[in-house]
Write a protein that binds this ligand. Structure first.
Ligand code: NAP
Length: 306
């Protein structure tokens, strides 16, 4: 793979940025990668582990001369970061992000950026429950989707270049409109996270009346919920605050289905339960056939490196 951008600046140095750095290096996609994080502790860690070719003490320094700038901070911080870097962006540079919500990021970031840059929001559909500069790994994006969300008047060449860059990091690339993205992600990611948070919260309440048996005897279903519910609190707070409408829409539907299942249990309607679980099993098969998961008993997690 050859160099696609001469200088890439990563703003925010957590799970996604550090995975991007290792994936960029693996494929030689950038001449130089600069990095910036707001805390000195994160910048020190980055320097210690060799994360980024050059870790800068200010965002301004990191973006100077960069032809790609990627904002890798929580969704709620995107607007403030955009305002901070805007005066220092090179003419013709592409500014992108990796936020899990798109309409709110476009609204928060767009107004700050100068006309002489290309703004192309993006969202890699890949992650783990870990965060911070030491949590990244080069293979995170392999065979995962990265959705590019072009805004009005996006330059075709800049879009194509960013798509090549994500493909170089191992991802499959698709384009999607922002509101549609937010609805799809509410179904596939945001609502499931909220449900996992709730289930673990309920178990935590219950733990007090069962002498910790919930933890001690935690079965696979509950363990999977706890993994999801261990995700970064700041990131997920911001996701729900900024993808409010779509999440509430999906949770409304979820509640209706839950009541229907509850009723089937109460009335002993086994046919309803069986038909429902047969339908959901087919979805799981579809995901495996699409190569987005493995049917190994532990979801293949043991094989995934960190
Ligand atoms: P992370 O590991 O928690 O890292 C977040 C980074 O953002 C840190 O470097 C942190 O700086 C910085 N930051 C936090 N709050 C900030 C603020 N108010 N102003 C400026 N910088 C701030 O997060 P991540 O998992 O990489 O997530 C980054 C973005 O990717 C988020 O928008 C998230 O929605 C999106 N995303 C996440 C996943 C996932 O599964 N984790 C998947 C796809 C997309 P310090 O270290 O100095 O505090």
């Amino acid at each position: 793979m050859s160099v696609i951008y001469n200088r890439v600046a990563l703003i925010g140095l957590g799970l996604i940025a550090s995975s991007m750095f290792w994936a960029i290096k693996r494929a030689g996609l950038a001449g130089e990668v600069t990095g910036y994080a707001r805390s000195e502790a994160t910048r020190d860690t980055a320097r210690r582990i060799g994360l980024c070719d050059r870790v800068c003490d200010t965002a301004a320094e990191a973006v100077e001369g960069a032809d790609l700038v990627v904002m890798c901070v929580p969704v709620g911080a995107m607007g403030q970061v955009a305002a901070e870097i805007a005066p220092f962006l090179a003419a013709g540079a592409t500014v992108s992000d990796v936020g899990s919500v798109k309409a709110a990021v476009i609204q928060a970031v767009g107004p700050h950026l100068p006309d002489h840059v290309h703004f192309i929001p993006a969202h890699p559909l890949a992650g783990t429950e870990h965060s911070g500069p030491e949590s990244g790994f080069a293979t995170l994006f392999d065979n995962r989707w990265c959705l590019l969300v072009p805004v009005d008047g996006t330059d075709a060449a800049a879009l194509d270049r960013l798509a090549r860059f994500w493909r170089g990091m191992g991802a499959n690339v698709d384009k999607m409109e922002a509101d549609h993205h937010d609805l799809v992600l509410a179904v596939t990611s945001h609502a499931p996270h909220l449900i996992a948070y709730t289930m673990v919260g309920v178990a935590d309440d219950l733990r007090r009346v069962t002498d910790s048996e919930v933890i001690k005897y935690s079965a696979a279903g509950f363990r999977d919920f706890t993994r999801i519910a261990a995700s970064d609190p700041t990131m997920w707070r911001d996701v729900f605050l900024t993808n409010k409408d779509a999440t509430l829409e999906i949770l409304g539907r979820f509640t209706e289905e839950l009541f229907a299942l509850q009723r089937a249990i109460r009335t002993g309607d086994g046919d309803h339960l069986h038909a429902y679980f047969t339908r959901t099993r087919a979805i799981r098969r579809g995901i495996i056939e699409a190569g987005q998961d493995t049917d190994a008993p532990d979801f293949g997690r043991a094989k995934v490196g960190r």
